[in-house]
Ligand binder design. Structure first.
Ligand SMILES: C[S@@+](CC[C@H](N)C(=O)[O-])C[C@H]1O[C@@H](n2cnc3c(N)ncnc32)[C@H](O)[C@@H]1O
Length: 196
């Protein structure tokens, strides 16, 4: 994985803890840099994340967040949740929940919401409804795609319905960003309802 000299110390520690546990799905540094940029646009608002893992992505988010911004992340795996909770113990504006991603709804609406462990609609579960979770003009990030090379994007030879759901969502303006070879993410902004 590419080394980034500006990787926040907490992200470094999260990735090391993940490595010790044999967990290889921590946030890629290129994704982290995107999260840090987006977090800096949330002045005094709320940032949410599903799937804390060991806390790498959350560390990038926290590094970019301006004073007065609160961050809430949820993780269902007890070991990962405990590791992340220990990592962020001294960071007062970060709250870690242990549970299912749907528990994060209690902290909604979000100015920025990162879907990295639930809510994406990638498995059998339906995707979340952005208008129920985001503030007006809120930003949604859906992580973990391989860069598309054709339209429509495909997954295992079939149209990638999960990705198409977000790219064509009527409540969102969405685009796919290619962040590194083999790493793409969808970034979307909630559109304004007519008359609001
Ligand atoms: C790709 S990893 C997250 C990586 C992490 N965000 C980071 O930046 O390093 C996905 C995580 O989502 C968690 N997860 C999966 N399904 C979940 C659910 N239904 N509710 C809560 N967490 C979930 C997994 O246990 C896993 O730790």
């Amino acid at each position: 994985m590419t080394e980034y000299p500006d990787e926040p110390e907490l992200a470094r520690r999260a990735v090391r803890a993940a490595g010790r546990a044999g967990f290889g799905r921590s946030c890629h540094p290129a994704q982290g840099r995107l999260l840090r940029v987006l977090a800096g646009g949330v002045a005094g608002g709320t940032i949410g994340e599903t799937g804390t893992g060991f806390g790498a992505g959350l560390a990038w988010l926290a590094a970019g967040a301006l004073p007065g911004t609160t961050l809430v992340s949820v993780e269902r795996d007890p070991e990962r949740h405990a590791a992340a909770a220990a990592l962020f113990a001294g960071v007062p504006n970060v709250t870690l929940l242990r549970g299912d991603w749907t528990d994060l709804a209690a902290a909604a609406p979000f100015d920025l919401l990162v879907l990295d462990g639930g809510g994406q609609g990638k498995g059998a579960e339906p995707p979340l409804a952005p208008r129920d979770w985001l503030r007006p003009h809120g930003t949604l990030v859906i992580d973990d795609f391989t860069p598309m090379s054709s339209w429509p994007p495909t997954f295992e030879g079939e149209p990638d319905e999960a990705r198409l759901h977000w790219l064509r969502h009527p409540d969102l303006l969405a685009t796919e960003l290619r962040l590194a070879p083999g790493v793409a993410t969808v970034v979307a902004r909630l559109t304004t309802l007519p008359g609001t």
